[in-house]
Design a binder for this molecule. Structure first.
Ligand code: SF4
Ligand code: SF4
Length: 364
């Protein structure tokens, strides 16, 4: 079992101030006017009970947009951590505080607070402005790129690094060179690509053709190898290369049992195996107001195990140690079963093969 626990907190549930066109939470994400923030008593309970896990802990704020919860929520979290002797790993403790945010609401006050308290920030940037603004928009349809770059710069001026999740969409798939160059120059210090995934309603229209997506990633890989810049890691490629050295990929969705060690608590105390399940009532595994977090986690072993029930095609696949079958929820969303290959299986196989042909010799 994984040594680290990632406790995901969704202090405003799935609510967000943006209306991104490819959001996988789709219709489950409610609009801003219905904002409700996690109560201090639920937050205190989560933090206090987290201290019982015998491992390192990442508190990962997610959403929706977690910064909507306001600075007082984060101040309280730090207070509760101190009361429970949970000290940041940078000062010899065993926790880290991480925020996945669209960064459109970062203020100077929040930036100062996050920096002083060693928060790790991660955001989302889809390459270059036109591509980003085609999909990552406010409810009024205006793009968010300029505001995100302003926040990245504010954070970098504190001497901090920042990673980004990037999606390739129909808007950018034919422009890999521009994507790579501008992403590298955006101020971020690392990147992790995610494939655009379909939601239950099959209404996401931004997903590019598989052939163009394969071409896009092959070009990005070539550019990244040529660039040979240790200050700009692309996590997806590093993960594949790690496996060539006998290591394991770092991401949950590239490891067969990758969901172990994750647990998500949403605004009302409901608990799910990870943030991607939030709002899907059949995957709710408890509520912190009724049962302790550690008991919920320990009693849910069978639920997690079900996520790892891979089908025959994955079990005999030569790429299993690189791919892990993909994200459990994406397999389920695609076909209503965990025992099917990742919806991007063929694309992934093509890319793994390409990377092996281009770089595999380095590890022989
Ligand atoms: S459901 Fe997907 S994103 Fe969530 S922990 Fe499992 S693999 Fe990771
Ligand atoms: S999803 Fe496809 S590439 Fe991944 S392990 Fe399964 S069969 Fe292999």
């Amino acid at each position: 079992m994984r040594q680290k626990m990632t406790i995901m907190l969704l202090p405003v549930g799935l609510k967000c101030n943006l209306s991104c066109k490819y959001c996988y939470h789709g219709v489950m994400s409610k609009k801003l006017k219905e904002l409700e923030v996690m109560s201090d008593s639920i937050l205190e309970r989560i933090i206090c009970e987290s201290s019982l896990f015998a491992s390192d802990i990442d508190f990962l704020w997610h959403g929706g947009e977690p910064i909507l919860a306001g600075i007082d929520h984060f101040k309280r979290a730090i207070e509760f951590q101190k009361q429970n002797a949970l000290t940041d790993s940078k000062i010899n403790g065993r926790i880290r505080n991480v925020i996945q945010s669209n960064l459109t609401l970062l203020t100077k006050e929040l930036c100062d607070f996050f920096a002083e308290n060693n928060f790790i920030l991660s955001t989302s940037i889809d390459g270059y402005q036109e591509a980003h603004d085609a999909n990552r928009v406010y409810f009024n349809g205006l793009g968010t790129y300029a505001r995100v770059i302003e926040s990245v710069s504010m954070w970098r001026n504190k001497g901090k690094s920042i990673g980004a999740v990037s999606l390739v969409t129909k808007a950018s798939v034919e422009q890999p060179i521009k994507f790579f160059e501008q992403l590298k120059n955006s101020g971020i210090t690392s990147c992790n690509f995610h494939f655009c995934a379909q939601d239950e309603s099959r209404s996401i229209e931004t997903i590019p053709e598989k052939e163009s997506t394969a071409r896009f990633f092959k070009t990005i890989f070539d550019l990244w190898m040529k660039d040979d810049n240790p200050d700009f890691p692309i996590r997806n490629f590093r993960n594949v290369l790690r496996t060539f050295c006998g290591g394991k990929p770092l991401d949950c969705h590239s490891n067969v049992e990758g969901c172990f060690g994750f647990i998500a608590v949403t605004v009302n105390g409901d608990v799910y195996p990870c943030h991607r399940y939030v709002g899907r009532e059949n995957f709710c595994i408890g509520n912190v107001l009724e049962t302790s977090l550690i008991d919920i986690y320990n009693n849910s072993n069978a639920v997690y195990r079900e996520f790892f029930s891979l089908g025959q095609e994955c079990r005999i696949c030569e790429w299993l140690n690189v791919c892990g079958g993909g994200c459990a929820l994406e397999r389920f969303t695609a076909k209503g079963s965990f025992e099917v290959p990742d919806p991007d299986c063929l694309l992934k196989k093509e890319l793994f093969e390409y990377i092996k042909n281009k770089a595999g010799y380095l590890f022989e």
